[in-house]
Design a protein around this ligand. Structure first.
Ligand code: MN
Length: 228
């Protein structure tokens, strides 16, 4: 075995509820506009068009409960989302076999530099600068399927300083979890450790330093994230 010429980067690992074991992350896929009411508020069309995805980096996932307000933005939004953690992968996974690939689910927030994302949209540039920045994906512990099953309905909400900002139901997803896994697997080779953020309900909006967010999904619990 060869020595690394520099220190090898650490494996990003998420805690698993009820155990000392951790879940190693390989890739992070995020689906866009997957709740009709959010598609409308972003100027999109809520009809069932093919899903689209972007990626964040594994080390953008952050379980610390703190979100450092990023530089060069003055409009940073919260998007509460259910994260889907895969224990198995493959290509061309049939919809009716997709859920067998899921290890568990977690509460997450797809933090978005809306100003920089909007500029990227206007200029036809990639979204990375608005989406895949440092600590841009606060995430809670993974709840294993063995404990909670596969949540396909239930309230999803986000409060800022105790005030309700986002609310919806997991059953409002335009593309359901098995469909998004199947679709992704037609374009990418999925693998154990992949995480999918499944889209956000309506009510996205800005946060400022000093705010405290509480993200909650029925059956998965809640997560506090302080903006610092
Ligand atoms: Mn999102």
């Amino acid at each position: 075995m060869s020595d690394f010429v520099i220190e090898a980067p650490a494996v990003v690992a998420l805690s698993v509820a009820g155990t000392d074991a951790v879940f190693p992350v390989r890739r992070v896929y995020c689906i866009g506009r997957n709740y009709a009411a959010h598609a409308v508020e972003m100027g999109g069309d809520p009809k069932r068009e093919p899903p689209f995805f972007f990626q964040k980096n594994p080390n953008n996932l952050d379980p610390s409960g703190e979100f450092p307000y990023p530089p060069h933005s003055s409009n940073v939004h919260h998007e509460v989302e259910m994260a889907v953690a895969l224990k198995a992968g493959g290509t061309d996974i049939p919809v009716d076999q997709a859920l067998a690939h899921v290890f568990g689910y977690a509460v997450a927030v797809d933090m978005t530099r809306r100003d920089l994302q909007g500029e990227a949209k206007r200029t036809g540039r990639p979204w990375e600068i608005g989406k895949a920045f440092e600590r841009s994906a606060p995430v809670g512990p993974i709840q294993p399927v063995s404990e909670i099953g596969h949540p396909d309905c239930g309230r999803i909400e986000l409060k800022v300083n105790g005030e309700l900002r986002q609310e919806g139901d997991l059953n409002q997803m335009i593309w359901k979890v098995p469909e998004m896994i199947s679709h992704l697997s037609e374009y990418f080779e999925l693998a154990p450790g992949d995480v999918i953020l499944s889209g956000t309900p309506a009510g996205v909006g800005p946060v400022v330093k000093g705010d405290s967010m509480e993200a909650r999904i029925e059956g998965l619990g809640s997560m506090i994230v302080n903006i610092v």
